[in-house]
Design a protein around this ligand. Structure first.
Ligand code: NAP
Ligand code: F7E
Length: 365
């Protein structure tokens, strides 16, 4: 490397932040991440890299300009990856104002901190944008020219983030861009997102630790990729010769129902779906036992049901391979990991991860 590369990752404790930190450390970057104070220390995803000489953590909150200014002026990064967000769509209906503050105004705070610290010419900025911007879709599949139609408080906030990044790019000639990422999952995915909820339940049901799985809209369609592959693309977007926005997706679409089918199949349970709407059930073909039921608790006031990305531009201009990990491989990686985690569960761990029980009972969505 010619000059020292210094990356600042907001949201380093999240799924993507943890993979990106690993990726950049491997590339020889000095990596700084922001964390939030919480009453319990929960930094599981980055525990294995904490203590590495090139990895540093700082307290900052996207709702607090002063904390962002402090870390920006101290670190003076050459690349900022703004991954921090209230990232759960359903939660955004319960906490719309918080979601707006962090996911919309938070982006402005990052851009202003770069500008006020005099870093506009030396620092590139990546914004974690989302396929949720397409929302109530106006075109299938979706590419960089597809009109936006955000369909949740989360998506509306992220749309502000997208446009303010574009505005700063044009107004101040800053190298700042958005990756419009479609759903990407992994063994580190939060347990309340649908894929992880399914892989955990498949593992727990197989091992006799859970009776049933309750889900919402089984017909919802998503373009699911592997998070580890997607963080490479975030980096490629910032290495591009010009600041541009890119759709990151696999170009392959599956339903929630299909995700269930493959996850349970991987633990040796063949599912058959019978019935419709709220009466639909996923039945173990071998035993006739009902393993999946639909619950109205998991339906959203407005739901995005047909996401399917077209990654042609990222493939052509960044040389990125959208199909490094297939859908079947992704499901396998997640199920294998959860089978091992559930098998290792002891009473102590159960206290902390009783989230699985809450999910099962619909206490947490
Ligand atoms: P995630 O696992 O939920 O991680 C979110 C991160 O943001 C966590 O580190 C969290 O910290 C942090 N955070 C939340 N509120 C914050 C605040 N007020 N100040 C500072 N940090 C805060 O999300 P992810 O799946 O890695 O996604 C990363 C980014 O990509 C998010 O912006 C998300 O909206 C976006 N995105 C994700 C997907 C996807 O499919 N995964 C697709 C498109 C876009 P704590 O650990 O302290 O909670
Ligand atoms: O829902 C349906 C649900 O919560 C996917 C975030 O990373 O990706 C993610 O947002 C679909 C929806 O992810 C349940 O209604 C059915 O149609 O896993 P999810 P999401 O809403 O797509 C985008 C790109 C982001 O940007 C976000 O940050 O699955 N669904 N039953 C369910 N969803 C959940 N969570 N739980 C269920 O029981």
């Amino acid at each position: 490397m010619d000059k020292k590369n210094v990356a600042l990752i907001t949201g380093v404790t999240g799924q993507d932040g943890s993979y990106l930190a690993e990726f950049l450390l491997d590339k020889g970057y000095e990596v700084h991440g922001t964390i939030r104070r919480s009453s319990v220390d929960f930094r599981e995803r980055i525990a294995h890299i904490e203590g590495k000489p090139n990895f540093h953590l700082h307290y900052a909150d996207l709702g607090d300009s002063m904390s962002i200014m402090q870390v920006m002026s101290k670190v003076r990064p050459t690349e900022v990856y703004n991954l921090a967000a209230q990232s759960h769509v359903q939660v955004s209906f319960d906490s719309p104002e918080f979601t707006c503050d962090v996911d919309a105004t938070g982006v402005l705070r990052i851009l202003e901190a770069i500008r006020l610290c005099g870093l506009t010419k030396t620092c590139r900025m990546y914004q974690a944008s989302t396929s949720e911007l397409y929302g109530k879709v106006e075109e299938v599949p979706q590419n960089e020219n597809t009109p936006f139609h955000p369909y949740s408080p989360y998506a509306v906030a992220k749309q502000y983030g997208f446009w303010i990044v574009k505005e700063y790019r044009e107004a101040y000639d800053m190298f700042c861009c958005s990756g419009i990422l479609f759903n990407h999952e992994s063994e580190r995915r939060g347990e309340t997102f649908v894929t992880r909820k399914i892989t955990l339940a498949a593992a727990r049901i197989k091992q006799g630790k859970q009776e049933k799985l309750f889900l919402g809209n089984l017909g919802s369609l998503r373009d699911w990729g592997y998070a580890k592959d997607y963080v490479e693309c975030m980096w490629l977007i910032l290495q591009h010769k010009t600041p541009e926005d890119f759709v990151i997706a696999t170009g392959v679409q599956h339903s929630v129902r299909e995700f269930c089918y493959y996850a349970f199949k991987h633990v040796g349970i063949e599912l058959e779906f019978v019935g419709e709407g709220l009466d639909e059930k996923g039945i173990d073909k071998a035993t006739g036992k009902v393993l999946i039921e639909v619950s109205p608790d998991f339906f959203r006031p407005t739901d995005v049901v047909n996401l399917w990305g077209d990654p042609t531009k990222a493939k052509a201009e960044l040389g990125w391979d959208p199909n490094k990990t297939s859908f079947e491989q992704l499901v396998k990686i997640m199920v294998d990991s959860d089978m091992a985690k559930v098998a290792a569960e002891d009473a102590g761990q159960r206290v902390r991860t009783n989230l699985a029980e809450y999910l099962e009972k619909g206490i947490v969505k």
